[in-house]
Structure formats: structure tokens, C-alpha cells
Unconditional design. Sequence first.
Length: 130
Amino acid sequence: MGLIIPDDIANFIEERIDSVATLEGLLILRQDPQKKWNARSLADWLYIHPPEAAQVLQVLLHNDLAVSDGNEDPGYSYAPQTPERRDLLDRLAGIYSRHVVPIANLIHAKPKHKVQGFADAFKLRKDRDD
């Protein structure tokens, strides 16, 4: 990708981050790994609707970036699965704090069919659970 966004971080964004809200949610959870966030608290922080925040949390859980306590109103917390992933996310947070626009552009440049298909997978799964 270049000097601003290292290839490993660009690849991670391509594979795991479907929206700026997902990235922002991840970075919020990262700030305090012990804190548990639910859809309402994350929605308030990100200025989005709770169903959107719930989807962000599900994406983070699905991508092994967060864990859920499994309660009826689940609390989610930051939990990258490996030290290498934690290091990559620390570097991503630093780069994002200095280069918001290039990171946002990278996210928005992703093929829409990939992002929509990923989002639809959660919708279909939810519909089956009802």
C-alpha cells in the first residue's frame, strides 16, 4: 500500500474491517480492554443506532477481535487472539490517529459486494435464529 499504510495493516483492513464504524468500535474497545461494551453503550459513543453498533460488535466477535460474556444483553471486550494480532492493532491505532483519511479511503475503496455479502451473512443468521 505504501509508506503510510504498511502492507500487513492494509491486508488486515481488507480482510477484517468492513466499515469505519467497525474500525472505530475496535479502537474504542482497545482503549480499555477490561471494559465491557453493549450495543447501546457503543452506539452512544459512535453516534450510530444500536442495531448498527450490535452489528459492529458481531463483526469484531466473528473476526476474533472481541469476546462476549454471553449474557442476554451481551457485553463485549477487546480480545485479539495472538500477541502478533495485538501488535498489529497497536500499530494500526497509531497509524489511524495520524492518517485518518488514508485509512478511511482504504475502507471505502473495498469492493461493495464483499462488504455487503459479509453484512448479509449476519442478517441471514439472525433471521434463522428468530
